[in-house]
Design a binder for this molecule. Structure first.
Ligand code: RP5
Length: 165
């Protein structure tokens, strides 16, 4: 079973990550979910990142808000692919976290999804893992086909609604 770590900088980030955890579960991907802070628990964060690969983790999703260096710090301790989720906070609407996650200096990349884009982080992890796991490739194709169907259904409903104007 594929295994993905889902790391949040604070327990206060959990509501944002619910969709990530749910989607990984839907694709039968095991998730190792933890709070680890780059600045409040720097040693534990580094240790986790260094041991992640030997613990069977294939991808790490890291979510943090404000001057969010969590994903970058984790990326500096492992060569596993890191997906960063910038979390929106009140002060700058998440722009602070977006820029500090996406603008990694050359050499240590973080694949950054949009602000609070919990679904896309999980789906990007699924896409990466589907290079190795054929069942995930099929499941992802199925997920997309269902999305397409829902848009077709929405269009049909829209036509009905507009015809009543
Ligand atoms: C970041 O600071 C966390 O990822 C969180 O988004 C933000 C605020 O943390 P708390 O003060 O709510 O613990 O490190």
């Amino acid at each position: 079973m594929p295994k993905v770590a889902v790391i949040m900088g604070s327990k206060s980030d959990l509501p944002i990550l619910e969709n990530t955890i749910r989607l990984l579960k839907k694709f039968n991907i095991e998730s190792d979910v933890r709070v680890l802070s780059a600045h409040r628990t720097p040693d534990a964060t580094a240790q986790f990142a260094r041991q992640a690969e030997s613990n069977g983790i294939e991808i790490i999703i890291a979510a943090a808000g404000k001057a969010a260096h969590l994903a970058g710090v984790i990326a500096s301790h492992t060569t596993l692919p890191i997906i960063g989720i910038p979390v929106m906070s009140q002060s700058l609407d998440g722009l602070d976290a977006l820029l500090s996650t996406v603008q990694m200096p050359p050499g240590i990349p973080v694949a950054t999804v949009g602000i609070n884009a919990a679904d896309n982080a999980a789906l990007l992890a699924v896409a990466m893992l589907s290079l190795k796991y054929d069942n995930l490739k099929a499941a992802l194709a199925d997920y997309r086909a269902k999305m397409t169907e829902s848009v077709i259904a929405a269009n049909a409903a829209l036509s009905d609604e507009i015809s009543k104007y």
